[in-house]
Design a protein around this ligand. Structure first.
Ligand code: SAH
Ligand code: SF4
Length: 396
């Protein structure tokens, strides 16, 4: 049959558009069949859990039951949800997924900073840091156990001093992968976390939608239940997203990774400054402060002979006054393979005293995790470099 023949010929000529289309569709179907068509249950908000229960013809109270299993009893499968009808549990298992967060390594001891390396469903590696009770981190009282969580695999912003950006950007974390870092660390450590800082790998405001979804679950009484004042988001300076965050009805804290008091210094170490310069960033901060009750924090890594001059300290004081911001000084944590180092003890103290003399609320935070490579991105970097070439990596 000529039609069949010509179709066959068309298939043999692989550049035929019909062939390409059919192949693409077949591949797409194969791909979809190989994937479980599901959504991660821990990415859903309470109202979405409710809508889902309604669609399955279940009563409204199932919503609370599921949330309770997920966030209070910390179930790891639908099978454990024994007070749900078994048919409903099966339907849930068909439609939804728990995601995977598997602990690969942990560094550090019980009463010191501990760092966890996790593997996700697609084999991506992320890291999470648990910091034991410490005095007044980010405005919260002492005696709080703080978790430092990642929001992306890698980072696209390439700050010159940071390990997270060294391997480039892979992908955004999904809301459940952000929330699960808290659940997994509480499970592994047996500790109750009461302070969350988004200062792990990645730029949180570049993953805005998933970040806000995750924060709602972390903050909600039906979720993890950590108060908004004990949640801090850190950004390298994505000015438009700072304004967007200011319009969100959440009273979370914001930290700005300033690391330079002039465009000249920021341009040198933070490529984001070429896109949103210092004044654009500070005016977004003005807007944030005008909308929120919380005070802003400037993070300032002290890097030897880069940003640690008296002049920089004086200008930081000026910016802080403008925004009534606190300043958190952090001596640079050396990253293996990068040329930067922390200034001398005296220089650090001098920088701090200039700020304090001008009436700025400033702290000098001597990193607890210095000895275990706790600066963001370093553990993952080590692991991946070791896999490629064991001789390249600093001995532990
Ligand atoms: N991308 C966001 C949040 C993750 S980085 C941001 O940049 O704010 C969290 C903090 O760790 C930032 O203040 C960052 O500048 C800091 N940091 C990165 N590398 C560091 C290092 N080697 N030593 C000390 N702090 C570091
Ligand atoms: Fe990314 Fe923050 Fe590291 Fe800069 S400091 S590369 S924005 S994670």
């Amino acid at each position: 049959m000529p039609a069949k023949l010509s179709l066959g010929r068309a298939f043999l000529q692989k550049n035929c558009p019909l062939f390409t289309r059919l192949l693409r569709t077949r591949n797409a179907v194969k791909f979809l069949m190989s994937q479980k068509l599901s959504t991660e249950i821990k990415s859903l908000q309470l109202e979405e859990l409710g809508e889902m229960a309604r669609r399955f013809g279940e009563p409204v109270y199932r919503t609370r039951q599921i949330a309770d299993w997920l966030y209070r009893k910390r179930a790891q499968s639908f099978d454990e949800m024994t007070d749900l009808p078994s048919e409903f549990r099966n339907q849930l298992a068909e439609q939804f997924d728990f995601g995977k967060i598997e602990m690969v390594r942990v560094l550090g001891s019980r009463d010191a900073t501990r760092k966890f390396l996790f593997r996700l469903s697609d084999e991506s590696l992320i890291e999470t840091v648990l910091i034991p009770a410490s005095p007044a981190l980010y405005g919260s009282r002492s005696d709080r156990r703080t978790i430092c969580i990642s929001t992306q695999v890698g980072c696209a912003y390439g700050c010159k001093f940071c390990a997270s950006g060294l391997e480039g950007f892979s992908r955004n974390l999904k809301p459940n992968e952000i929330v699960d870092q808290i659940i997994a660390v509480e499970r592994e450590s047996g500790e109750k976390i009461d302070n969350v800082v988004f200062m792990g790998m990645g730029e949180p405001l570049a993953n805005f939608k998933n970040l806000i979804r995750a924060i709602r679950i972390i903050n909600a009484p039906w979720g993890i239940g950590i108060g908004a004042r004990h949640i801090t988001v850190s950004t390298s300076g994505l000015a438009p997203q700072i304004r967007k965050l200011a319009d969100e009805p959440l009273q979370i804290r914001l930290a700005i990774s300033l690391h330079g008091a002039t465009d000249e210094v920021r341009d040198r170490i933070m490529p984001i400054n070429h896109r949103y310069n210092l004044e654009t960033l500070l005016s977004a901060c003005d807007y944030y402060v005008s909308r929120k009750k919380q005070r802003l924090t400037f993070e300032y890594i002290l890097i030897d002979s880069v940003n640690d001059s008296d002049e920089q300290a004086g200008l930081i004081a000026r910016h802080s006054k403008r925004l009534s911001a606190k300043v958190n000084l952090i001596p640079y944590n050396t990253v293996y393979g990068l040329p930067w180092s922390r200034p001398s003890w005296n220089r650090q103290e001098k920088f701090l005293s200039i700020l304090r003399d001008r009436g700025i609320a400033a702290t000098l935070r001597r990193e607890k995790g210095h000895d275990i490579d706790a600066a963001c991105g370093q553990l993952r970097l080590q692991n991946e470099a070791r896999a490629r070439n064991p001789n390249l990596v600093k001995p532990e």
